[in-house]
Design a protein around this ligand. Structure first.
Ligand SMILES: NC(=O)c1ccc[n+]([C@@H]2O[C@H](COP(=O)([O-])OP(=O)(O)OC[C@H]3O[C@@H](n4cnc5c(N)ncnc54)[C@H](O)[C@@H]3O)[C@@H](O)[C@H]2O)c1
Length: 248
């Protein structure tokens, strides 16, 4: 028996990095997946990979900072697969590496629009559907920068702390309805996003990760699959570091 047999998973940012690993990993655990992504070509490519491995997937071009578009994506997912049982909200953007006093206003606004409001809209419409079904599990991909102060993280750190906050609030508000809401706080994971920020911030994996190496996207997907599964049936409201010891 696989972890997510028969479940329908809604994965934002599923075209790249952590979201991509979740889409492929959840399908391998038996889920049918909706890939929610503003990069259509990447979403289609991941859907093809899932189908090529014998799974079921749809790719939906959506900007998660647009609440109406997210609502429509939930509707199409339910129309296609019949339910929405679990979700990973991974869509996100990196930030400028500015000192706080120098954070550009447009960078701050983009961080709040995508990294915070994108998660808020996603959770809102996922929860509306899960309440009708009387159950579900949501995992928000926050960050180590959501539980500790990371220098030069500006609006990114603000948005990620807020994601941890709304994860806890939603977990409490909907616990009695059979819905679990958790966050994962990744450390340094090798993805296209960090390939860019590593240059900006001169990231050193051995220094950032006590375990001595950067993480792989599937190591986040494995934790997300467990949190979405019945094996984590008593876990809600946590902000789980998956970070090779960064936050220890
Ligand atoms: N990689 C890391 O080390 C790391 C560490 C901590 C947290 N995170 C978080 O993990 C999540 C995934 O990051 P990643 O490293 O996989 O990055 P990534 O750039 O590889 O993937 C992010 C995906 O989100 C999509 N996206 C961005 N804005 C979107 C929008 N408005 N609407 C829809 N899709 C959008 C992108 O097109 C991309 O496919 C992010 O929320 C990031 O903040 C990553």
């Amino acid at each position: 028996m696989t972890l997510l047999q028969g479940k329908v998973a809604f994965i934002t940012g599923g075209g790249s990095g952590i979201g991509r690993a979740c889409a492929i990993g959840f399908a391998a655990e038996g889920a049918r997946v909706a890939i929610i992504e503003r990069n259509n070509a990447h979403a289609d490519e991941v859907a093809q990979i899932v189908r090529g491995a014998g799974g079921e997937a749809i790719a939906l071009g959506v900007d998660v900072s647009d609440g109406a578009a997210v609502k429509e994506a939930v509707r199409v997912t339910v129309e296609t697969f019949g339910s929405l049982d679990c979700a990973v909200n991974s869509a996100g953007i990196g930030s400028s590496a500015s000192l706080f006093a120098e954070v550009p206003d447009d960078d701050w606004d983009a961080q709040i629009a995508v990294n915070l409001n994108g998660v808020r809209f996603s959770m809102k419409h996922q929860l509306i559907q899960m309440r009708k079904q009387r159950g579900g599990a949501i995992v928000n991909i926050a960050s180590g920068a959501g539980i500790t102060g990371v220098p030069r993280s500006g609006g990114y750190g603000a948005a990620k702390h807020a994601v941890v906050g709304i994860t806890r609030v939603a977990a409490l508000d909907h616990a009695k309805e059979g819905i679990r809401v958790n966050a994962i706080c990744p450390g340094y994971i090798l993805t296209p996003m960090t390939a860019e920020t590593a240059k900006l911030r001169k990231l050193d994996a051995a220094e950032l990760c006590p375990i001595g190496r950067a993480g792989e996207p599937h190591e986040i997907a494995d934790a997300a699959a467990w949190l979405c599964s019945e094996r984590a049936s008593f876990v809600t409201g946590v902000a789980l570091p998956v970070d090779g010891g960064f936050a220890a």
